[in-house]
Design a protein around this ligand. Structure first.
Ligand SMILES: C[S@@+](CC[C@H](N)C(=O)[O-])C[C@H]1O[C@@H](n2cnc3c(N)ncnc32)[C@H](O)[C@@H]1O
Length: 252
């Protein structure tokens, strides 16, 4: 199994933006049973976030879903906040998100590289919240820090909610958890291994490095469970994760 995974991973484009666009361009089905590994459309996963969002974020402000993909969570957030904007580096992801959200009045999308130095991720001068799911763990440390810096200048009084996979074992144990076995790799997992940047851990240590304590106040954090759909069936696989709620320190 290891040589097969190494062979697949060697095919992934080295340029991460090209990799994401190549991935999204070929996606035909999403949601439970769809082709997107992390898009399980799981109510159980959303419910675990709803309480923390309502407790810590100002729900009268808009929210930006950074790295929104096909916008599953953007649409869900639009039921909690007055307005939800999904941004993603991949034009094909945004096209798909727009199609899936057709008819929803308070949802919009834009192509933005959230890791570009100085990128303006928010069109809201009156402040906004930021939601991030499953983006930081696929970025290298420098890009994580740049994303955090861009978000920091954008929220203007709002707060950040992030949730990321934080699998404690090795890469091999991770793919086994996602259903890989000798002679078999689930289709959704295979597509991700062969096309996307390699995921890493994202827990309290990585959060502290990207969102340094002298600039960010940690309001809450703890374990989360991320639901994935590696085998393109309606059955989801839970992966251990980490969530945090942060706000920029004033006057820094
Ligand atoms: C694992 S997916 C998660 C998608 C979505 N947040 C969800 O949970 O369904 C990571 C997403 O981040 C996007 N992404 C990666 N790098 C980015 C960047 N520099 N700026 C904006 N989006 C980025 C990818 O295109 C992809 O849609």
């Amino acid at each position: 199994m290891v040589p097969r995974i190494a062979w697949l991973a060697a095919r992934a484009p080295r340029d991460p933006h090209r990799a994401w666009e190549g991935y999204w361009k070929d996606i035909r089905t999403t949601g439970a049973g769809g082709q997107v590994l992390w898009d399980s459309a799981s109510d159980a996963e959303r419910e675990q976030y709803a309480e923390a969002l309502r407790a810590h974020l100002d729900t009268s402000l808009p929210v930006i879903d950074v790295g929104c993909g096909n916008g599953s969570f953007t649409r869900w957030l639009a039921g909690i906040f007055p307005e939800a904007l999904g941004i993603d580096v991949s034009p094909s992801a945004i096209a798909r998100a727009e199609a899936e959200a057709a008819g929803l009045a308070n949802v919009s999308f834009a192509v933005v590289d959230a890791t570009e130095p100085g990128a303006e991720v928010s069109p809201y001068p009156g402040g906004c919240n930021v939601f991030v799911r499953g983006v930081l763990h696929v970025l290298p440390p420098r890009s994580r820090a740049q994303l955090a810096a861009n978000v920091r200048t954008s929220v203007r009084g709002g707060r950040v909610f992030l949730t990321e996979t934080n699998f404690p074992g090795s890469s091999l144990e991770y793919v086994e958890r996602l259903g890989a076995a000798p002679g078999y790799i689930p289709a959704g997992l295979k597509r991700a291994i062969a096309g996307l940047p390699r995921p890493g851990h994202f827990g309290a240590t990585e959060r502290g490095a990207a969102f340094p304590a002298d600039q960010w106040q940690l309001l809450a954090d703890g374990p989360a469970v991320i639901h994935t759909v590696p085998a393109e069936t309606a059955e989801s696989t839970p992966i251990p994760g980490y969530f945090a709620v942060l706000q920029p320190r004033k006057g820094v």
